[in-house]
Design a protein around this ligand. Structure first.
Ligand SMILES: NC(=O)c1ccc[n+]([C@@H]2O[C@H](COP(=O)([O-])OP(=O)(O)OC[C@H]3O[C@@H](n4cnc5c(N)ncnc54)[C@H](O)[C@@H]3O)[C@@H](O)[C@H]2O)c1
Ligand SMILES: [Zn+2]
Length: 361
């Protein structure tokens, strides 16, 4: 088991990372003197896989547990779902000190987190992420939200959990596509902050893909150390935290033009390679480093090129992005693997050129 501390003063918390940690949840909660009544929120699929196991473990530690269920899928990360959960929380007599345990991927983490932030003006939150994406990214940092209208994460808050328990063992049941999706954020973390972690990924990509528990534990640990370090310096996303958006400026546009058919991880992978080629054209990132990034992304099973969805549409979608200020898209660019700058000086014509030619550097 490894631990990462998210250092946020009086709101600091621990992330526990290890194989089989679901079985430790009760004792971790007891150590922190949590209230005897708990509510678990899970999606239907995750509840079926791990709900009974978690509830049984908590009950054996003397907790009284209710489990609430939400259908799986991004379309349920909504105010409607939140509204239904508020009613169900009331029905099970959840009170101000009743912790909510978010058991699942990023959708449940964001939705249950949003509900925890708002129900009775905020109840304690514990994140128990079960996808690679949620373990390396969404469960840490305190961004909670629901989608609204056509816009993702439109309504939300910054609300830090009391604790995060990442059981690597739960990744064994994850569909390959979801594992690969999470790998995009892992590669992103290494690319922006750590050449040595990037080399580790290059050396171990096959063992990662074959779900070697020891290697996965290290991957989640290293990724979270990077995320926790950035969040500790810029909790509210006013400066440094922007670097976590590497590959996301183009990535978000690709996602939305494809009507979310292209999953987030794949879109970010395309965005990371495009941003690397932009940096290369600006004389920042060497050819060999662009090639390293491209190769690792390919070996992870992620795309490196924009599919036939229309460069013009992607350009237009970028203009609507949250990260666009005064009409200029903000880009995170690599100087080298492990080192980035944030700039709004990338011209639309350069973006277009890189996306249109869509070729290796
Ligand atoms: N808050 C943040 O900082 C942050 C960061 C990145 C992404 N996000 C959000 O995260 C969401 C995406 O999260 P996600 O990719 O985890 O998707 P998800 O929560 O939809 O999970 C993907 C699928 O995997 C299933 N699943 C989950 N755990 C499983 C397991 N162990 N075994 C088998 N199946 C399992 C789920 O039922 C679901 O069908 C998006 O809504 C995104 O906006 C938030
Ligand atoms: Zn992302």
């Amino acid at each position: 088991m490894r631990q990462v501390n998210v250092a946020l003063g009086s709101r600091s918390y621990q992330v526990y990372i290890g194989d089989g940690l679901l079985a430790q949840t009760g004792s971790y909660l007891r150590e922190r003197r949590f209230a005897d009544r708990l509510v678990v929120i899970a999606d239907t699929a995750v509840k079926k896989l791990y709900g009974a196991k978690l509830v049984g473990e908590l009950e054996s530690c003397g907790f009284q547990v209710s489990i609430l269920e939400v259908p799986a899928g991004e379309e349920h990360k909504s105010l409607d779902s939140a509204g239904r959960l508020y009613q169900e929380l009331t029905a099970v007599n959840a009170e101000r000190m009743t912790p909510i345990l978010a058991l699942g991927g990023g959708v449940i983490g964001d939705l249950a987190g949003f509900v925890a932030a708002t129900y009775q003006r905020g109840v304690p939150l514990v994140q128990i992420p079960t996808t690679l994406l949620a373990q390396v990214d969404s469960s840490v940092g305190g961004k909670v939200a629901v989608d609204h209208g056509q816009l993702k994460n439109m309504v939300g808050a910054f609300y830090q959990p009391e604790m995060v328990i990442a059981d690597i063992g739960t990744l064994k049941s994850l569909p390959e596509e979801e594992l690969v999706n999470g790998l995009a954020e892992v590669i992103k973390s290494a690319a922006i902050r750590s050449d040595s972690f990037f080399s580790f990924l290059e050396e171990n990509i096959d063992r990662i893909k074959s779900l070697d528990a020891g290697i996965l534990e290290q991957v989640v640990f290293e990724s979270l150390k990077i995320k926790a370090g950035v969040v500790a310096e810029d909790e509210r996303d006013t400066g440094l935290r922007h670097i976590l958006n590497y590959g996301h400026t183009i990535g978000h546009a690709v996602e939305s033009v494809s009507d979310f058919e292209i999953k987030h991880g794949k879109a970010v992978a395309i965005g990371m390679v495009a941003a690397a080629r932009i940096a290369n054209k600006l004389g920042m990132l060497d050819d060999s480093e662009v090639e390293r990034l491209k190769q690792l992304i390919e070996q992870a099973g992620l795309p490196t090129k924009l599919p036939e969805i229309g460069v013009e549409k992607v350009m237009l979608a970028m203009q609507h992005d949250k990260k666009v200020q005064a009409g200029k898209a903000r880009f995170v660019l690599l100087n080298k693997i492990g080192d980035v700058v944030v700039t709004d000086e990338v011209t639309p014509s350069l973006i277009k050129e890189v996306l249109t030619r869509n070729e290796p550097a």
